[in-house]
Write a protein that binds this ligand. Structure first.
Ligand code: NAD
Ligand code: ZN
Length: 362
């Protein structure tokens, strides 16, 4: 088992990563060290409760209250947060409560948000079970629920007391969900680690075979990159964390223009290609790098192009203006000067944005 320390100013915590790790032992150890509480409330969904019954049963020694919710992004809402709070408050009598979020990013975000606001903040542990949650959502303390106006619009930073990652959960994850995580993996490789890029080029087949060694290596490297970045910029106010948005300004606009029918992972894959093209135009990135990434994305079965009508692309342009990175009337883009060399650029012309979007049309 490997360990990574995340050290934001106020609360440092450890990420444990391995396969077939003893989650119970780790939780007990953390609880002894950090006095999280004497009543664990474990939040998961019906799918995971069914697929990973054995793993959940092993937690019985902790005597947790298990709450299984429907399997849907819809639970990332005030309604379900209130439902959780009702249960939590019921146990919050002569007990010190702590939460365990056992699932993908949806469960993780809802658990973190609920932990953040109940009693102005209680302890929680993340046990991420999707590739996306293991490499991204569980690390960094961003918590949120969705509202009608948009996703993740209500939330706060609230760091978990620990993140426990068992990559064997990924054995039951469908291929399309693996691909959701791979776009983020590729993003990390581009902004921060050339060697991970080479590793993916050599080992892409092992990813789809879910080789234990390969998944562990990939999750560890990405978690290390994200931990390093959030340690330096806990609340996204120093601009360092911004580089994690590489490919995301285009991606958010593509998702929104499709009324969220195109998944985040697919949109990020397309966004990465558009951002590489924009980098060629704005920072002089070598076009050979774009070609190399396109070749790798084919091997990772990620989309390179998107067939849509003119109206759709107009909507994409419109949404790019409303992206949260559109500050002081100028859209901020994370671009690459070279591999591992992200830069933040403002005042990008609409014609350069259009030329980049052209690149992902068939
Ligand atoms: N907090 C952050 O920093 C952050 C970062 C990125 C994304 N997010 C959020 O994360 C969410 C997306 O996360 P996600 O992609 O994990 O989606 P998800 O939580 O909906 O999980 C995807 C699907 O996989 C299933 N699943 C989970 N683990 C499984 C397993 N081991 N085997 C089989 N099926 C499994 C889930 O039940 C679900 O159907 C979004 O709400 C997004 O906003 C948050
Ligand atoms: Zn993302």
């Amino acid at each position: 088992m490997k360990q990574i320390n995340v050290k934001p100013k106020a609360n440092s915590y450890t990420i444990y990563i391995g396969s077939k790790i003893n989650i119970v032992n780790i939780i007990q150890k953390i609880n002894r060290e950090l006095s999280l509480g004497n009543k664990a409330i474990l939040i998961t969904n019906f799918t995971l409760r069914h697929l990973h019954r054995d793993a959940l049963n092993k937690l019985a020694v902790l005597r947790p209250e298990v709450i299984a919710l429907p399997d849907s992004e819809r639970i990332k809402s005030f309604r379900y947060c209130m439902k959780l709070i009702k249960v939590i408050s019921k146990f919050d009598y002569k007990n010190k409560i702590f939460l365990i979020g056992w699932g993908g990013g949806v469960i993780g975000d809802l658990t973190g948000f609920t932990a953040a606001i109940y009693r102005r903040g209680i302890s929680y542990i993340q046990v991420p079970t999707t590739l996306l949650a293991q490499v991204d959502a569980s690390i960094g303390g961003k918590t949120a629920v969705d509202i009608e106006k948009g996703k993740n619009l209500v939330g706060t930073f609230w760091q978990p007391r620990s993140v426990i990652i068992d990559t064997t959960f990924l054995n039951t994850l469908p291929v399309h969900q693996i691909k959701e995580g791979l776009s983020e993996v590729l993003k990390y490789a581009l902004i921060s680690q050339k060697s991970l890029l080479r590793y993916l080029e050599t080992n892409h087949a092992k990813v789809f075979a879910k080789s234990t060694k390969t998944m562990e290596k990939i999750v560890y490297e990405c978690a290390r990159i994200k931990a390093g970045i959030v340690t330096k910029d806990e609340k996204e106010d120093l601009g360092i964390r911004t580089i994690l948005n590489f490919g995301h300004t285009f991606a958010h606009a593509i998702e929104a223009a499709s009324s969220y029918k195109i998944s985040h992972g697919k949109a990020v894959a397309l966004g990465i290609i558009a951002a590489l093209r924009l980098s060629e135009l704005e920072t002089g990135l070598n076009p050979e790098i774009t070609k190399r990434i396109q070749a790798l994305m084919e091997k990772l079965k990620l989309p390179l192009r998107l067939k849509r009508d003119r109206k759709f692309w107009k909507r994409v342009e419109k949404h790019m203006r409303f992206d949260k990175k559109f500050i002081h009337n100028t859209t901020r883009f994370v671009l690459l000067e070279a591999l591992e060399k992200p830069v933040i650029k403002e005042k990008i012309s609409i014609s350069a944005i259009r030329r980049s979007l052209e690149f992902i049309k068939p």
